[in-house]
Design a protein around this ligand. Structure first.
Ligand code: ADP
Ligand code: MG
Length: 231
């Protein structure tokens, strides 16, 4: 199977000279279509830096990143923005919903930037909310929803553009255990349906639900374990 994400000797350095911080020091990683991967590592190990590279939010200092076979180094800012909008769904620890917009309007937002027409926009947003079990909350504002429900809205928003890849940075960090379970169930279903899911986490429970667990430390990949037998 072809890799959806492929990093070859990716290095990221912040600052220069004496003050330089080598946040990633040569990461090689290939993730295949439909894989569900957890990335773990201590604070400061380079997880967010790696996520920013994977999400095309930052360009690495050196190395090659192939996203669906395409070298992102060849893309200008407009093309990178397009990749972020169309090919990648982002989920954050803090949900990042817009407080004054209903759940439905939040989910429609990526398609506003993507220039999908109104009627189709609504239909797709409703379908995405249905997928996360929140069709009956479409008209609610975020503050009328529980944390777990807000995160499910955020997942619906990440999915509505039909991205090949879902990148989640500590998606259950602010959730109780029942909501964590809901969110993990959704991520599992997404990978089961052929989406590639990459989740950064500190929690063993979250990693245990992934098919593959990658540990990084000091900007290097230190272990990469596939748990095929686990499910
Ligand atoms: P993690 O997410 O695993 O906690 P990060 O990727 O945030 O780790 O950070 C890795 C290293 O890079 C740390 O030493 C951090 O201080 C440094 N770092 C991260 N972002 C920047 C930045 N914008 N400027 C300078 N140093 C940074
Ligand atoms: Mg971080």
């Amino acid at each position: 199977m072809a890799a959806v994400l492929e990093l070859r000797d990716i290095r990221q350095t912040y600052g220069t000279g004496e003050a330089a911080v080598h946040a990633l020091r040569g990461i090689d990683l290939a993730v295949e279509s439909g894989e569900h991967v957890a990335i773990m590592g201590p604070s400061g190990s380079g997880k967010s830096t790696l996520m920013n590279v994977l999400g095309c939010l930052d360009v690495a200092s050196s190395g090659t990143y192939l996203l669906e076979g395409q070298d992102v180094a060849g893309l200008d800012d407009t093309a990178l923005a397009r990749v972020r909008n169309r090919r990648i769904g982002f989920v954050f620890q803090s949900f990042n919903l817009i407080p004054r917009m209903t759940a439905l309007a939040n989910v429609e937002l990526p398609m506003v930037y993507g220039r999908v027409r109104g009627g189709e926009r609504r239909a797709r947003a409703e379908a995405a909310l249905e997928l996360v079990g929140l069709a009956d909350r479409a008209d609610h504002l975020p503050n009328a929803l529980s944390g777990g429900q807000q995160q499910r809205v955020a997942i619906a928003r990440a999915l509505v553009t039909d991205p090949a890849i879902v990148l989640a940075d500590e998606p259950t960090g602010n959730l109780d255990s029942a909501s964590t379970d809901d969110v993990l169930g959704i991520l599992e279903r997404l990978s089961g349906a052929g989406r590639t899911v990459v989740v950064i986490t500190h929690e063993d429970e979250v990693a245990a639900r992934a098919q593959r667990v990658v540990h990084i430390r000091d900007g290097l990949l230190v272990s990469d374990v596939r748990a095929g037998a686990r499910r």
